[in-house]
Design a protein around this ligand. Sequence first.
Ligand code: G1P
Length: 913
Amino acid sequence: MKENSKTVAWNFKGEKGEFFLNNPHKTTGLYFPLANEGGMMSSITPLLGGDIKTSQNTFLMTPVSVGDLHNSKSSRNFWLNIDNSIIWSATGNSLNQNILCFEEESEESVKMEAGFLWQKIIRENSKFGIRSEITNFVPVNDDKVELMRVTIKNIKSEEMKITPTAAVPIYGRSADNIRDHRHVTSLLNKISTNKFGVLVKPTFSFDERGHKLNSICYSVQAVEDNGKYPIGFFPIEEDFIGEGGSLDWPEAVVKNTTNYCKENKNIDGYEAIGAIRFEDIVLKPGESKSYIVILGISDNSSSVEEYIHTYGSILKFEEEFEKNKKYWEKKLSSVSFKSSDKNFDLWMKWVEFQPMMRRIYGCSFLPHHDYGRGGRGWRDLWQDCLALLLLNPKKVRELLLNNYGGVRFDGSNATIIGNESGEFIADRNNIPRTWMDHGAWPYFTTKLYLDLSGDLDFLLQEQVYFKDKQCSRSREVDSKWSPDDGSNQKDAGGRIYKGTILEHILLEQVTAFYNVGEHNNMRLEGADWNDGFDMAGEKGESVTFTAFYGSNLMDLSKLLLSIKEKLGIEELEIAKEIMVLIDSISGKIDYDSVKDKNSLLENYFKLCIHDISGKKVKIDIVELSKDLERKAIWITNHIRKNEWIKNSEGFEWFNGYYDNASKALEGDFPSGVRMTLTGQVFPIMGGIADDEEVEKIILATNKYLRDEKVGGVRLNTNFNEVKLNMGRCFGFAFGHKENGAMFSHMTIMYINALYKRGFVKEGYEILDTIFKHCCDFEKSRIFPGIPEYINERGRGMYQYLTGAASWLLITMLNEVYGVKGLLGDLMIQPKLVKDQFDNKSACSAFTIFRDKKLNVEYINEDKLEYGEYKISSATLDGETLELNLVNKSLVIDKKVIDELTINVKHQLVIKLK
Ligand code: G1P
């Protein structure tokens, strides 16, 4: 353990994604997630700071924002008083150790090792001859506990006497109380001790839910490796730190006081701490000693002691630790990649892991995500399903079905989403906001599901609609609705109305089609994907999402024909009211007329303000398909004709937006060139732009948005204006978050779009830049994985919880490796560049397709570049396959896959010549 002066990059160790990093504490703002699917959510720093919670209202440790990570002294500490003269924190959290942080050559060295949901910190002090190794993880079951094993070792040549004290402050209340009765709520604390530690069960919880009797018990308990109980406790923080003391210089440790209390003590009304004193030990040279600390949030205090039985020995700790490793390894075994760059392949494991984290933490419970109260928004719900479709396809059908229950009959959707799958909460507070992009994502995700499964029947399954008082896309309020009506759309007879999933999808697309502003693009409303474009509600338009809906309409029109062909259905049943929106049948209107579109939509809205008729009509599939196609073609032509920009420097691209003054957002301006990446992504991805246009967009993007400094492509150029008629993001400093950072989600969607359109070299170059930047620890300062964005200084921000991860995963599998579904058939369409093939000229992707384990290996013996090679032969488990090439892609009938044995890894070998 040398290398104690310099920060060096993390390095992977082994094949499972585990990594190590020297001096992790010398980087500010690093944190790591520890969690289980039962609801325990921790964040932990290299100094064992961070927090522990199960919800917004139940934090065991004080909630932290990223800035608190270096400011707060509250941490999972473990103190050693050595020979009554040396005060040493095994976690590094003491006054003495903090001052060493800038030393080039200090006596203290730190090393971090981590894997999927565990962290180990090894700290060594050469001057004092002491070493600690601390492992933290959350067991993979429903228990809300975090476990910590502390091992201390005498590494000097004389024996040492040690007084050990564990000390974890117990906040024990709602995050709201940080600045809402922080002190008053400490008066609610009922603090007690048992044989193993300190328990806090506040009488009430004071938060937005009112004053409620509390049933949650927060606990910090510990045992020695030989099963011995602690000898006493300092449960009150002010007693532990002493007058004038602090959490990083506590009197009880510094003075080695013995005024601790024993078990069964009750003290109420103070800030609490799980400070646990163990019996003195004498360690001979080379000897070590371990302690298990158990941090719990439990619904009933009686289960607290159970934790000791379940986890309170070295054996049990290690067993659970192994289970944890195996569990996450299995979870992450559904997809993997093998290329010439092992680091990239392992880095992708961490990307794959990120959507799982967002399912657990939502967008709220890691230190950068210091907003929200848990759960995710509508958009994120669907983004996360993309990855789940690849990682855990079995569960997704039900999830998708449930999610559709959030669609309103006006084509918008619930904005408040509960924690349970399919739980949508009615808006009782009259918050009228509609994100115009929301209706576009469900179809995209559903299409991926249909392609993977071929389950077209899913579209014909029925589901309810969501109802609250918001109607007409939140422009009006339904005065007849009351919360007692429940949150489902009803018909005139008071019955809950159900329509097919296809009907839900149709509604989302066609209502959007008519919802246009002055320039005949879809209205921006509350915002689109860019949450920061939130101040152009009246006149703003999103051209780019018009393109997205346009491509959905085109795709859906084709899908309808597949339904007819594959399911043999001629007609569909849809709600009578919806016929108004299928104008090719109910009375054609002029799509060039904004007025006609708007009034048609108004007429439709009037039909569904409160209840609907409940009557259904039959519609011919082909006629419906033609109607959608007509709409899609109109959108394509409209955007290409009206939104193409050519600026004074000769660059060309699409204008993506109109601001609230109805002016185009992009182009030449006195303050400089204005361009957005979002404006380009969906016209490219959805085939609105032709190949020549894509080439021009790439040139403009490279000129105005590409920037190695931020590791990729910026979200926008510098507008040099706090643009009040567009959105709050222009209040952010340039280069941060939604104002011109390298915003991974959009950049990955750009890469995806480029690959889709065959611009492989260009897509790969950006992907490679992002990867290299993320791995360049000196610049990015993040653990493996993709951050939400990279800021102006090149630092990775908002790690783990980002839609970018799902998109990167599907981009890698479906586009880069070209392993994808085609309504249930398997399609092989490699878009790998020469560099990605290893020294055996091979690379491969493993996935589960139609429940079968499939390893798709590409052999490129002649080391040909993308564009030069073609699929020349294919074997499945050694048997030659018939080369059924459709547009140069190999299509393997689902029947072939279905005949394969389950639970066996099958080899599909594709030769490229
Ligand atoms: C976040 C939000 C996402 C939103 C994006 C841009 O991105 O979660 O819904 O579209 O900001 O405003 P993410 O964290 O998923 O990368």
